[in-house]
Design a protein around this ligand. Structure first.
Ligand SMILES: Cc1ncc(COP(=O)(O)O)c(C=O)c1O
Length: 361
């Protein structure tokens, strides 16, 4: 089936209201959004409309029973000033993996890519061109069944809006290794970007933030021993020259696009990367022996965030100064250059928005 996207342009732009030199994360919204509705077994009514509130039935099932998922991706400008995206198909793949786990419908590639291309053509002036800033895209899907009663919904809405954003963290991150609360179990939904995964961590997050830490570093739910991931980032440690990141095998960790990119980049630079179980005691021993050279988180929002220290059972373990972390600094520089279209795209990661093809929408 061919999908046609109808376009209703915003009558006035809010662009002038935004101070691009000071962009808090997720507070400003670009002029347009994309919406598609799923009913009678198909995605229908694909449309780009001015950014506005939804009107929802109080029994909207996604709100009550949690069939709700999202994605996060960023657009930047290439050296010619045109919008580019980093690995959008990897986000679509994950969106559909999440949809499968939540018994929600798959979104076809054609809709996803066309929606993004047209939205970014219309809102291209919203893509910041200042360092560390980008246009964050938020694709999301939720069940729109207007009925009370737990069952797999038959109706859904998919939407994409965008926000110009600056850096997520302004300084190295302090993480709290959580050994009581649990984020995910084998057989659960940890690998999906399901909204409920985030709702469940709000209370533990508030508690560690009250203690002065930025985020939680989760341990596995069975042994409370193996590192999982941080808040909205995957975790890497560099131990004695080797990059180690927890393996995805148990299905408890989100398969991060940034994680996968860092693994490929690091290997291409000749570094050894191990995807395996990483027990907290190994981290503590490595720290004691002076072999824990670096720890950093990877994620679309936070990019590559150095970890200043980790807290475990009453003790803060401080990590080397960021300036001395040559491996991650080198990888980070190359990662940023590729995603901004400034370095050779050897992995074919960059999606150029065909703005000329959509010039007349
Ligand atoms: C729980 C969780 N882990 C890891 C990540 C990092 O994934 P990505 O690099 O695709 O942004 C995210 C962010 O999407 C996340 O929410």
């Amino acid at each position: 089936m061919a999908y046609k996207i109808s376009v209703e342009k915003a009558k006035t732009s809010k662009l002038g209201e935004v101070d691009f030199s000071n962009l808090p994360f997720g507070k400003y919204f670009a002029d347009h959004m994309f919406i598609a509705d799923y009913y009678d077994g198909e995605w229908r009514d694909c449309r780009i409309v001015p950014f506005a509130d939804f009107s929802l039935h109080p029994a909207t099932s996604g709100i009550h029973y949690g069939q709700s998922l999202f994605e996060g991706m960023k657009a930047e400008r290439d050296p010619d000033g045109n919008p580019i995206l980093f690995r959008p198909l990897k986000n679509l793949e994950r969106l559909n993996l999440s949809a499968d786990r939540m018994a929600m419908p798959e979104l076809p590639e054609e809709i996803f890519i066309d929606a993004i291309d047209q939205l970014l053509t219309l809102d291209k002036d919203w893509v910041p061109d200042t360092p560390d800033s980008s246009l964050y895209l938020r694709p999301f899907m939720f069940a729109t069944e207007k009925a009370v009663g737990i069952k797999v919904a038959e109706n859904y809405r998919f939407c994409i809006f965008s926000c110009p954003v600056g850096a997520y963290y302004s300084k190295p991150v302090k993480v709290f290794v959580q050994d009581t609360y649990v984020r995910a179990f084998p057989g659960g939904v940890g690998y999906a970007k399901a909204a409920g995964n985030y709702g469940g961590v709000m209370k533990p997050m508030r508690e560690v933030q009250k203690l002065g830490y930025d985020q939680i570093l989760w341990l596995d739910g069975i042994h409370h021993r193996y590192l999982q991931e941080i808040g909205t980032m995957n975790i890497f440690a560099i131990i004695d020259g080797v990059l180690v990141t927890p393996s995805l095998q148990q299905g408890t960790i989100l398969d991060g696009v940034t994680r996968d990119s860092m693994i490929q980049l690091a290997r291409s630079e000749g570094y050894t990367v191990e995807e395996r179980d990483l027990p907290i005691d190994e981290l503590l021993n490595a720290h004691k022996e002076g072999k824990l050279e670096d720890m950093f988180g990877t994620g679309t929002a936070a990019t590559i965030a150095p970890i200043a220290l980790f807290h475990y059972q009453g003790t803060d373990y401080t990590l080397p100064e960021v300036e001395k972390r040559t491996v991650s600094n080198k990888l980070k520089t190359r990662y940023f250059a590729i995603r901004a279209g400034k370095a050779e795209d050897v992995f074919n990661w960059v999606h150029h928005v065909p703005v000329d093809a959509y010039a007349n929408i």
